[in-house]
Write a protein that binds this ligand. Structure first.
Ligand SMILES: [Zn+2]
Length: 508
């Protein structure tokens, strides 16, 4: 259980005396009153939201979650070099005279390091000659070589940061095995768009690749736990953050290579419970992504039919496009196709909903079918220039479409999930009840295994076996205990409600 940091307690005591008059109601009402008071005080709001229990982050690319400073450190430790023209991390031999110094040699030279950090992120992007969109997507290839063999360290960074912010769950996107899947398709004539999919479903090469990818994930998780010393008596923050994975298909390659990646993704979900779903990534406005969008949606829909049980794990970046970025003909149908053709259960970004000629009908349908939109406020601002009233968040809320806040790439954007909660509070009308709703949604709409606990993420009321039970209250019934033990999703939802209670007690 996480307690408020002493720093906050001090502020709280002083501020309570200053602002709260007439004795605030206990628990939830106290937290609510305090939240209303600090809404306009960025410093106090940050402290409040940092400690506020946040169910999870459902849209988080692991490589983009890592901060530039970590990539620089790993490159230095591994003897790698950096090309100071392209700012790409490269293998030795290094040569400072030709502009390819060893990272170790420039590591503490702030004038160089500052340029590297800017190149690895969107820091200071407003001052660049390139757009936020281009800068954002150009960062990955620069730092990626520094992450090789540090995947467990990357997990350690993401999970420790999550734990510090009282986040219970991460659903991380990563592309393990995807480069090999692309190679397999490139080298193998069977992988052709004209080959009936049914003939490729049990392809031996993909089966083998799935097995080696799962072994890689074992190694990565071992490194994660070693980095954080999770097996020692005092468990470090981060070890207890529940992590599941989404297999990340890179959508901008030739169709047969995208097919091989998608097949691998379905095999991983089928074979390893840590893989709970898949996502399609890379710029949606890329010429190949635009050319193949519909075909890719059809392929996902068809493949899902061959892997029973995986159909509820499809989330897709869809509608991350706006007028001007792409021709109008490409606006207003990607979200619909992701839902209707590919069978997506969640939508990442969902920005271009405005351009759907039947947007209201579509949003009503999303609300009815419980299709959640993963909202990435900072990323949408940087990449698409969409913020404030131009963001569809308000429209989704109006039509009752479930939403959750996520970071997208917290390292590249140099933010964290608390920042995104704060941005939502400072931009939109958000109540304390809304905060809890957003936080609960990030577990309720996760692809975690097992049944859920809640009747509604608005009320937080428990349904079924645990109806009427109270976390931290009277002893729970045997059947509720059994239900929680058998359903991971319910177990984490219970934990979240418990953390809400503990958090609110501090405002009693
Ligand atoms: Zn994303």
């Amino acid at each position: 259980m996480k307690l408020l940091r002493p720093f906050n307690l001090i502020i709280l005591t002083v501020a309570s005396a200053m602002f709260i008059t007439g004795g605030a109601a206990a628990g939830e009402a106290g937290a609510q009153a305090w939240f209303e008071q600090v809404k306009g005080e960025p410093t106090l709001l940050r402290g409040f939201l940092y400690d506020f229990p946040k169910g999870g982050d459902l849209h988080n690319h692991l490589d983009g979650a890592v901060y530039a400073e970590s990539y620089i450190r790993w490159a230095a430790e591994d003897g790698k070099c950096i090309d100071l023209e392209s700012f790409v991390i490269i293998s030795p031999p290094c040569n400072a005279e030709t502009g390819r110094p060893a990272v170790q040699d420039i590591r503490y030279d702030s004038s160089v390091v500052n340029r590297i950090i800017d190149a690895f992120s969107v820091r200071n992007y407003e001052r660049r000659p390139v757009s936020g969109h281009d800068q954002f997507f150009s960062t990955f290839r620069r730092f990626a070589p520094a992450g090789v063999l540090h995947e467990g360290d990357m997990l350690a960074e993401a999970s420790a940061r999550a734990a510090a912010q009282n986040i219970i769950y991460l659903e991380l996107m990563q592309s393990y095995g995807m480069a090999e899947a692309r190679r397999l398709a490139a080298d193998n004539k069977e992988f052709h768009v004209d080959t009936p999919l049914s003939r490729l479903i049990r392809h031996g090469g993909i089966e083998e690749l799935a097995a080696t990818t799962i072994k890689k994930l074992d190694r990565v998780e071992r490194q994660w736990r070693e980095t954080l010393s999770c097996d020692q008596a005092t468990v470090a923050p981060g070890c207890d953050v529940a992590i599941r994975y989404l297999a990340q298909v890179i959508r901008v390659f030739p169709p047969e290579q995208v097919l091989a990646q998608t097949l691998l993704a379905f095999h991983l979900i089928e074979k390893d419970p840590r893989y709970v779903g898949l996502n399609f990534v890379a710029p949606e406005d890329h010429p190949v992504a635009l050319r193949d969008y519909r075909r890719q949606m059809e392929m996902i829909g068809e493949l899902a039919g061959h892997f029973p049980g995986t159909e509820n794990g499809i989330t897709l970046h869809a509608g991350e496009v706006v007028m001007g970025l792409v021709p109008p003909e490409h606006l207003g149908w990607h979200i619909r196709a992701a839902i209707e053709v590919a069978g997506a259960r969640r939508i990442g970004h969902g920005i271009d909903i405005f351009y759907d000629t039947e947007a209201r009908q579509l949003m009503e349908r999303m609300a009815e079918q419980d299709i959640l939109v993963e909202i990435n406020l900072t990323s949408n601002d940087v990449i698409l220039g969409i913020k404030g009233d131009r963001h569809p968040l308000k429209a989704y809320r109006k039509y009752g479409v479930p939403i959750a806040l996520s970071t997208d790439d917290e390292g590249v954007s140099r933010i964290d999930l608390t920042h995104e909660y704060q941005r939502a509070v400072e931009t939109y009308e958000v109540s304390y009840a809304d905060l809890k709703y957003l936080s609960r949604n990030a577990l309720a709409y996760s692809f975690l295994e097992g049944r859920g606990l809640l009747e509604s993420t608005r009320t937080g009321k428990f349904a079924g076996e645990c109806e009427g039970a109270e976390p931290g209250g009277k002893p729970i019934s045997k059947s509720c205990r059994k239900f929680l033990a058998e359903n991971k999703k319910a177990e984490l939802q219970w934990e979240l409600e418990k953390r809400f209670k503990a958090f609110e007690m501090a405002y009693d």
